[in-house]
Each structure stands twice: as structure tokens, then as C-alpha cells.
Write a protein that binds this ligand. Sequence first.
Ligand SMILES: Cc1cc2nc3c(=O)[nH]c(=O)nc-3n(C[C@H](O)[C@H](O)[C@H](O)COP(=O)(O)OP(=O)(O)OC[C@H]3O[C@@H](n4cnc5c(N)ncnc54)[C@H](O)[C@@H]3O)c2cc1C
Length: 361
Amino acid sequence: MMARRKRGAGLIIAAISKPYTLLTVLVENASLQSHNSFGIEARTRYLAAVTAVDDLREALGDARVHGLPRLVIGGGSNLLLTRDFPGLVLLMQNRGIELLSEDAGAYRVRAAAGENWHGFVLHTLAQGWPGLENLSLIPGTVGGAPIQNIGAYGVEVESRIESLDAWDIAAGAVVTLEHAACRFAYRDSVFKHEGRERYIVLAVTFRLPKNAPVHAEYAELKAELAARGVQAPTPRDISEAVIAIRARKLPDPAVLGNAGSFFKNPVIDGEKLEALKVFYPGLVSYPQGEGRHKLAAGWLIDQAGWKGRSLGAAAVYDKQALVLVNRGGATGEEIATLARAIQADIRTRYAVELEPEPVWV
Ligand SMILES: Cc1cc2nc3c(=O)[nH]c(=O)nc-3n(C[C@H](O)[C@H](O)[C@H](O)COP(=O)(O)OP(=O)(O)OC[C@H]3O[C@@H](n4cnc5c(N)ncnc54)[C@H](O)[C@@H]3O)c2cc1C
């Protein structure tokens, strides 16, 4: 059992596991509108809230859901629901944050999958545990963070993950996956591939280094810190600057439905980059090593004239071409159609393939 803590921001931490068993209630024909940040009205045949591993066992063991497809939802901030879901949605709502140990080099902290990600980041900073500050204000849950290896302002979450605990559907047991087994890559992990049907993340263990230098190299972050007169930023300074930048440039899903960046930044080889630069001298690219270059997907889409364009209630955000938004009442299929039109146009113009970041269901 985990210790109960209460800290300044009013975050109340409950236990990860329950000492008793409750009968899981499968809700039939449930709306998913408040469980996806696009705000799309899709329904699921069954929905079960998971507050502990016992809930999972019961929901998965219920005869009504045998043979049906499953979908795990945390905060629903990286999901595109293109249709009603004909199976069981497991809504991760287990809570708990625990300091496992502290040594000269780092704090080891475990957090339950259902914890709100940004609330967790603020909690670590309030405790004086550095390392997650660049990832402030990313929506979603702790359990959702490793799935696409969230990243922002020069830091990817995998650099702070030691291991994670997951329900292994094949084994019918809780297993611990060490960092290497998660096969993290740019916006990718084993949980987007063969692990997708197999693992349900229950908790993540972070190793937060005490003396690692802060990451303030990212140009936008540097400029924000300079504007605030901060010369030697602390992790809290970084967090505050990141929050300010994100609040300015990204739409709040509570106001305008969206899933953040809709496409990954494509990576191409040097030969192709040089060929493209002949036609597009202003092309934005970042060297990745081994002759590979990352292109800014937002720049490609913006240059192709998509900013602000719409298809029904689905639109390209007028301040940031990489974000697709639901202007109100859009269906998932409308957003998918807009996304496919952008992909086709980018393919024709630049011979570059744009891969969507959110998971399509
Ligand atoms: C405004 C905005 C800004 C964003 N900015 C960023 C950013 O800067 N960087 C970035 O990387 N992402 C960003 N995102 C995307 C998103 O917030 C992250 O990917 C987030 O980690 C998703 O977590 P979630 O709990 O909402 O996952 P969900 O959307 O609920 O699920 C996403 C996928 O993960 C799976 N999943 C979720 N929880 C679990 C679990 N416990 N076990 C197994 N599978 C699970 C789901 O089945 C699904 O396949 C942004 C999104 C928005 C709306």
C-alpha cells in the first residue's frame, strides 16, 4: 500500500491497489465524448472503469466481453475515434504516487497509470524531484505517457523511465517491463506494436536524476526564459516557461477539441533533403545523425496552404498547421478524411509520407 500524501497544489494521492474487491460494473452503450480530447461523440458497447488490478481481472473475465475487441483509454488525448467501438473500453483511473527510494544520484518514483500526467509533473516538482519539467502541461495520464514516448522541448519521457508494471493479458498476471523491453523510439514503443493487444500499463517507475543539467537549449524555451529575465533556470523556471509557451500556442481541448500534433515529423535521408531544398530553399530540417534529417511537418503543411482550412467541422488550426481541431460536432470520419487529404497533398508536393501521431480506432 502507498502512503497517502497531500501537497500544495491540492493533489490527493490514494493507494495504487485496493485491499478489497468490488464487482466491476460494465456500463453498456456508454458515450466516449468526455473521454477523448477531440470531443467526438462515439459510443462503446461496454465500458469499465479500472481503479485497481482487481477491476481489470473482473472486466476481462466477464463472459459478456469474451471475444470482443478491447481498447484502453487514459485521458483520450492521443486518440481519434472514427466510429462507435464494438467492444470493451477500459478506462484507467487507478491512482497513487510513491517515492520508492532515494540515493546520491536520483529519486525513484512510481506513479499509477490513471494519474493525470501534468498533475504528476507538478507534484514531482513540488517535492523537489527534478527531471520532468520540460514535459509540463502535456494532457493525458501517466500510463499513456510511455505508449508514444511523449516528448517536448528537448526531452523524451523514456529518458526518465526505469521500468513499468503492466497487466499481461497473455499471462493473466502483472509483469514488470524494464526500459529496454519497452523499445522506446521517437513517438513510439513496443506498446504501439506487438505489445498493443498484450499489455495494459498499471504503473510507471521513474528515475529522476538529482544533478542532471536542465534542458533549456530549445530556441522557443530559451527565448521565453530570456523574456522572463531568467539566467540560470531551475526545473521550476523551465516548467513555468513551458506552461506559458504551450498555453499560448496550443488550443485547450476543453475549448477546442484536438489531439495536439496530428502528424509525426518525418525523417528523410540527406540525398532527399538536398533534392527538396532545390525547390524549397526555406525547408526546415534538423540533423538526426547517421545521415538522417527530421523535417518539421507543421512547416510542410503550412507551406502547402492548409492552415485554417476546414472540412465540415474538422479544421486545420489557424495558429498551428500541425494541429487538427473539432470546431464543434465533427465526426471522427471527418477528421480522418481531412487528415488523409493533407497526407495525399504532402505526398504529391514533397514525396514525403506523413504518419499520424494519434491512435486511430
Ligand atoms: C493539446 C495537446 C498537446 C499535446 N502535446 C503533446 C506533446 O507535446 N508531446 C507528446 O508526445 N504528446 C502530446 N500530446 C498527445 C498526448 O497528450 C500524449 O500522447 C499522452 O501521453 C496521451 O495520454 P492519454 O492518457 O491521453 O492516452 P490515450 O489518448 O487515452 O491513449 C493513447 C494510446 O495509448 C493507449 N493507452 C493509454 N493508456 C494506456 C495504458 N495504461 N496501458 C496501455 N495502453 C494505454 C491507448 O489504448 C491508445 O492506444 C498532446 C495532446 C494534446 C491534446
